[in-house]
Design a protein around this ligand. Structure first.
Ligand SMILES: N=c1c2ncn([C@@H]3O[C@H](COP(=O)(O)OP(=O)(O)OP(=O)(O)O)[C@@H](O)[C@H]3O)c2ncn1[C@@H]1O[C@H](COP(=O)(O)O)[C@@H](O)[C@H]1O
Length: 106
């Protein structure tokens, strides 16, 4: 988890860098729809690796997916801790109880 928090900090710091020097800055300069699109592409690549790729390919695509998710969260101003708190809230709930708790919120 330390790694993810470190990466979150790096992403936040790189947002202000020059797009010529930083992939994070380049993606941010393109705006939220492009970041979301990129995350969708990485999700698709992860699915394909999950069904037909090697474990090594699945690991690589999973890393791309998590990285791009952190870029999207950062662009929206949502912290990793916020997401982790939601996962912790779900701990101990069954899948059915979790679904019910979400329906109640809607
Ligand atoms: N973990 C990553 C990471 N994973 C994937 N990528 C980039 O994500 C992109 C993946 O998209 P594609 O495979 O589609 O490649 P692409 O064709 O170059 O992408 P596009 O031209 O379509 O945008 C590649 O350019 C990868 O280099 C990452 N870029 C950066 N990081 C981390 O972010 C930090 C800051 O990076 P900079 O912002 O570049 O300094 C780095 O030190 C790393 O820790």
């Amino acid at each position: 988890m330390e790694t993810l928090h470190r990466l979150e900090e790096t992403i936040a710091a790189r947002r202000a860098a020059s797009p010529d020097e930083s992939y994070v800055a380049k993606l941010n300069a393109k705006g939220l729809p492009k970041i979301a699109q990129k995350l969708g592409e990485e999700a698709t690549e992860t699915v394909i690796a999950g069904v037909a790729g090697s474990n090594e390919e699945l690991v690589g695509e999973s890393a791309d997916l998590i990285f791009h998710l952190l870029v999207l969260l950062s662009a929206r101003g949502v912290s990793l801790d916020h997401v982790l708190a939601e996962l912790e809230r779900r701990e101990g709930l069954s899948g059915i109880e979790e679904k019910a708790s979400r329906s109640a919120k809607e």
